[in-house]
Structures are given as structure tokens and as C-alpha cells.
Design a protein around this ligand. Sequence first.
Ligand code: SAH
Ligand code: SF4
Ligand code: F3S
Length: 450
Amino acid sequence: MNIVIDQDLMIQNGTFHVAVWGCQMNVYDADRIRDLLTAAGYVESREPQNADVIVLITCAVRAKAEDKVFNQLANWRSKGFINENTIIAFGGCVGSELAEEIIKLDKSVNIVFGPRTTHRLPQLIGQYRQTHEAVIDVTADALEKFDALPDQGIRGPSAFITIMEGCSNMCTYCIVPYTRGKEDSRALQDILDEVVTHVANGAKEIHLLGQNVNSYRGLSNEGDIVRFSSLLYEVAAIDGVERIRFTTSNPMEFTDDIIQAIKDLPVIADSIHIPVQSGSDNILSKMRRNYTSDSYRELVAKLREARPNIYISTDIIVGFPNESDEDFEETMRLVNDVEFDQSFSFIYSIRNGTPAASLEDNVSAEVKKQRLYRLQARLEELSNVYSQRMLGTTQRVLVEGLSKKDSRELKARASNNRIVVFEGDPSLIGTMVDVKIEKVMAHTLKAVMI
Ligand code: SAH
Ligand code: SF4
Ligand code: F3S
């Protein structure tokens, strides 16, 4: 569908500002909301000041993430950026988690929607404008939103595509199955059509998204079930796709066909994110993660055999209920064995309504902090070793834009997901170039073009 902006509608509907927190699936949803509201005759405002509609795409994964949106609203109010005439549309995972409660927590909120009802936003705003009564709409059929959204807009050199919504794994600590609903995979053709649109708009990298992409089971045009490995071959076969990333791969369903696809398809990036959560089998079983630390080690060994240059990153939770010193040492052992790259770690956060919330949160705050500190220091060290090894090497990088620090420099991304900056002409933005790494800094690499 062509997006045609009707000037009358534009004046009638006004401006919108989108603020987004959380994971890449929220970034995808926020971009689709931009497409949707633009098609409905709204104009985007990059700043919240004086926007007629503020759209909040929120994250509920940890208490801290959830607090951010309420703090942001309070901050905007205190600065006078929002007032009683601003329409506040509260979406994302906190939207579906708390629903009507949100209106009580923050009275300035007018509309509450969820990850599955993003496509209804123009109607919800219209309804609120007519009635001036709070509108709450957080449930919708499985994949209705993808059929209802307009074509993807222009995203730049790297484009996200959500290939599945929700999650059915029910890890005991996690809120996601309650906020995004059970797992549903999009049809193969829908995804391939989005890839073709992005490539035609200049994207070189396609980043496939889902809470557990390994369990993708979409339908083909013939009605057959397509596995994630087949989706990878299909996307790789599209002309113009120069790099593929995917997030997140759950260790539970990392089957041999996926490992084979990674071996067969050099277009798949050299970095894979595989959250392990803990190195203790006791804790993994209480988290309802259906693998052991040894089966994780075996998976990593297989991947490294298939692709010796693969960089593996992970997520780890510390301080899950009853995590003993020994459990934590097992996590440290796993970290040292696998030698993770660029990983994330978090202190366990109780999420109401999850099975783990009924367990006593009995690891003291002090112990949790100490464990996190030790873990993060080690993860940082390991990551730095990989960065140092890149010194003097040639890397094929995708130029994403100008460097924020120095506009004479370009910001690019290496296959292993590291940010690389180098001096170059802005006309290179959106292309893949070969650079030589000359200097390793804390979180970026400095390079020269060759
Ligand atoms: N679907 C992905 C993870 C999505 S959530 C997977 O299963 O691998 C992103 C990360 O947030 C998780 O990997 C986990 O490390 C962290 N997380 C989720 N729930 C949490 C909680 N209650 N407390 C702390 N961290 C949590
Ligand atoms: Fe949450 Fe587990 Fe699903 Fe990941 S796989 S989103 S951690 S329930
Ligand atoms: Fe957060 Fe929802 Fe993503 S809880 S991590 S925005 S799926």
C-alpha cells in the first residue's frame, strides 16, 4: 500500500511522538506504529514537547524496566511537555500486563493497548477523541496485527522483522508469555514479502525477531509447516540480502538443522545470542529451562565446529530464589568454559503472576549485587579479549550512519556485532565496506578503510 498523506487529515489528526523501551520486538512495533499513524494522516514529532499524541511502547521484563515509563511521564509533566490536552496512548508489554490498572497508576493515560493491538491505534485515538473516556484494548487474535498493518516504511541499512509473536515456554521467572501471549508464527510468504520490501528500500541486513526463533513453525503457501532452518535458507536466497541476524535463539530447540543452516549460509552473521540464564542445573530446572549446563556446552561445541569463527553471547540472571554460592560458581564455570562474548546479566526481578513469584526471594540484595559485579567483570574481560584479537584484522562492516561523537566518522557494524568507526564519506552509509581494525576502545573499534 502506498502511503499518501492527505493534508486535511493531517491537520485534523495532528502530531505524534513515539517513545520506546525494551527489546527489539518493541522497536519493530514502534516502527510499525510510525507507518500506521503516518498512513492515517498524523505527522511524527521527534520530540515529546507539544505532540498531540504520545505513544509509549513499554517493557515489563523487570521491575526497573516497568518503572521507567511512569518516571518518564512524571518527568515530562513536570517539564510541561505534556498537559491535559495531550493524548497519552500507553502500549507495549506493560500495557497488556497491567491493562486497566494503568489508568489508576497514572491518571493522564487515555488509551491502553498491547503488543497485539498496535494496529488498532488510529481507531482507539478516534474513539477517545469522540468520547473523552479512557479506552482499554489489549487483546486480539493471534496474528491479526500483521495483516492489518500498512507496508513497511524505509528503515535504513538494517531492518528488523518480527517472525513470531508471543512465547509458550513459560520459564518460571518470565512475564513475556503473559504480556505477548502464546507463541504464534507468521506465514512464510508474509515474512519474505517484508524482506523484499526492505531490500528494495536499501536494507542490506535482515534481523529476524522472536522470543524463541528456533521454534518458528510458519505455514508455506501450500499449507506446509516451515521450520526456522528453512526460513533461513529462503531469506538467504533473496537477492540483495547481504547479512542475516536473528534474536533470540533458545538453547532448548537449537536443533541440528539450524546448525547446518548456519554452516551452509555465510550470509548469517558471526554472532549468535543464546541466553543460558544460569550454569547450575538445579536453578535451570527451577527456571523451567529444559536443558542442562552440559547440553549447553555441547551445543556451543557443535556450533563452533560448524562455524569456527562464531561469537556467542548470552543472558544470565543472578539471584534466582535459592541460588546458592555453589549454584553461582557453576554459572561462573560455564562462563569461563564457553568464553561468552558481549553478554547481558541481570538481577532476578519478581514478576507478579509468574510461577517463581510464589517462591521466597531469599538471596539478599547484597549477595545479588556482589554476584552481578563479579559476573559482569568477567564477561567484560572475555569480551575485551575478543576485541583485542580483532586488532589488525580486516572486517566487512555494514555502514549504519554517522558516528554520534564525531560527524567526520562513520558508524558501522562488524559481523560479530561490534561497532566500528572510521573516517569516510557519508555516501557510504548503507553499504558494506572492508576496513582494517587499528585501535580497540572500550565499546567500539577504530578502523581505516582499505
Ligand atoms: N526469549 C528470550 C529472552 C527474552 S527476555 C530467551 O528465552 O532466551 C530477555 C532477558 O531478560 C532474558 O534472557 C532474561 O535473562 C531476562 N529476564 C527475563 N525475566 C527476568 C526476570 N524476571 N528477572 C531478571 N531478568 C529477567
Ligand atoms: Fe521468557 Fe522463557 Fe519465553 Fe524467553 S523463552 S520469553 S525467557 S518464557
Ligand atoms: Fe520487554 Fe516485552 Fe520485550 S517485556 S523484553 S518488551 S517482549
